[in-house]
Design a protein around this ligand. Structure first.
Ligand SMILES: CC(C)(COP(=O)(O)OP(=O)(O)OC[C@H]1O[C@@H](n2cnc3c(N)ncnc32)[C@H](O)[C@@H]1OP(=O)(O)O)[C@@H](O)C(=O)NCCC(=O)NCCS
Length: 183
């Protein structure tokens, strides 16, 4: 089923192609519109009057406040160091660490951007198309590039500087046995 029964849909939500989206366990605020081929996972929260364009992926741990624009094909991330297996068995729930991300009110994210986890994109900030956001974006700032860097703007005390990503502790190698060479 493309829209699971546990989705909290606000008033006046516009689903352009309800048969071509995948929503489960998430919350969608009033009057938000969602394009085709969008997936929104359990635990994600989208505010009101947002525009989520087609082909975007919004994962567990992402909170999007009101009036946020998400362009086409935007990818959020919630696991900084993903692994398919743990000690030779397929990784499942509990074998990974969720790192949350927040997009503040009125921000816009350009098409094709990738938003690494653990970041806050500030109020009314603008992320350029194709950017890879690896750290916090100041309110009102315009950032672009790979990795994203400040182009202009930003307001508020101490908020005009693009903050580098705070590195977490790295996990030890997943397995002692190397991956087999491709045949
Ligand atoms: C980031 C953005 C807002 C910047 O717009 P702008 O302020 O008008 O910037 P400019 O076009 O004057 O470009 C300024 C510089 O940034 C560079 N730049 C602009 N957009 C960029 C991007 N997305 N990625 C990398 N560099 C970018 C330009 O090449 C230019 O570099 P230069 O000074 O070395 O020549 C805009 O380019 C953008 O990406 N908007 C998102 C659009 C989008 O995805 N819409 C989705 C719905 S269709």
């Amino acid at each position: 089923m493309p829209i699971a029964a546990d989705v909290e849909l606000g008033q006046g939500v516009i689903l352009h192609h309800p048969d071509l989206i995948n929503l489960y366990g998430c919350r969608i605020g009033d009057e938000t519109s969602i394009g085709a081929f969008v997936e929104i996972q359990k635990g994600a929260s989208i505010g009101g009057r947002c525009k989520i364009s087609s082909h975007s992926f919004i994962c567990e741990g992402v909170t999007i406040e009101d009036e946020v624009f998400v362009g086409h094909g935007v990818m959020f991330i919630n696991d900084r160091e993903p692994r398919a297996t743990v000690d030779g068995r397929r990784a499942g729930e509990g074998d990974w660490t969720l790192t949350p991300t927040r997009v503040e009110r009125g921000a816009s994210i350009g098409s094709g951007a990738v938003i690494l986890c653990g970041v806050t994109i500030g109020r009314e900030a603008l992320v350029g198309a194709g950017a890879v956001v690896t750290g916090d974006v100041a309110a009102g700032a315009v950032v672009a590039g790979v990795p994203a860097r400040l182009l202009r703007g930003g307001w508020g005390q101490g908020l005009t500087v693009f903050m580098p990503l705070r590195r977490g502790r790295r996990r030890p190698p997943a397995s002692a046995s190397p991956l087999p060479e491709p045949q």
